[in-house]
Design a protein around this ligand. Structure first.
Ligand code: PGA
Length: 235
């Protein structure tokens, strides 16, 4: 895992946005996360795309969702992704692939997702935010690194932190997420962190050995991974 530190959030957004733009031009599949951290990068992508439009060839997979919610629920992961990125790009039908977190059989939903991923082979790029507890997607501490798409019980910390995305208090219990094995199989893996609130977890990730207790340490097992952060995460 290569560590890359940029000056500030603006630089971080430009750096990540540039990588995403390059991947959007290529055939293949990529994974993009919701959350606050990548929003600046998505803004950068949209600005650049407006200036220099191109054919988007990549298929984009949504990373995760809160069970019981979908893109129509304000504050959900898919709501975020559509509002800040997908709805503003000329994407074709089927070019965005997302979980149905309202499906009656969520295990089957994971199986379906794993079958789709098998067909696209490995992801060209997976971008991930980092949870305050080190989670990746919604793979919480203790999750096996051998898992593909799965249903998870949310940790207390995640349930609390996630309230920031919603206007009204949400009762969140489970999440549906691509798994750490999906991330480790990707050709390129980027973990992104910004702001001083991530300082503690970033320090732990850097200093710890690989451990399922800190899911983000999985990136150390990947031979083309970057931990991209702004200076506030480290100073
Ligand atoms: P954030 O979320 O970008 O809103 O900090 C990251 C995460 O929990 O994965």
């Amino acid at each position: 895992m290569r560590i890359e530190i940029v000056e500030d959030y603006k630089e971080l957004s430009k750096r990540l946005g540039t990588i995403i733009l390059e991947e959007l031009k290529k055939e293949g599949a990529i994974v993009l996360p919701s959350g606050d951290t990548p929003l600046g990068a998505y803004e950068y992508v949209l600005e650049e795309f407006k200036l220099n439009p191109f054919e988007i060839k990549a298929t984009i997979f949504g990373l995760d969702e809160w069970c019981g919610l979908d893109r129509d629920d304000e504050g959900s992961c898919q709501y975020y992704m559509h509002k800040y990125l997908f709805d503003k790009l000329p994407l074709k039908d089927g070019q965005v692939i997302e979980f149905n977190a309202k499906a009656l059989d969520l295990k089957e939903e994971c199986q379906k997702m794993n079958q789709v991923i098998e067909k696209v082979k490995n992801f060209n790029l997976v971008v991930l935010g980092i949870g305050m507890n080190g989670h990746l997607g919604l793979n919480e501490p203790g999750t096996s690194f051998e898992k593909n798409a799965q249903i998870v019980n949310l940790s207390q910390r995640t349930k609390e932190v996630a309230q920031k995305y919603f206007k009204n208090k949400q009762k969140l219990e489970k999440g549906i997420t691509l798994g750490i094995k999906n991330f480790l199989d990707a050709k390129k893996l980027i973990l992104v962190a910004a702001g001083k609130k991530k300082k503690e977890i970033v320090k732990k990730i850097i200093e710890s050995d690989v451990s399922e207790e800190i899911p983000a340490t999985a990136a150390k097992l990947h031979n083309n991974s970057i931990l991209l952060m702004d200076r506030l995460c480290i100073d």
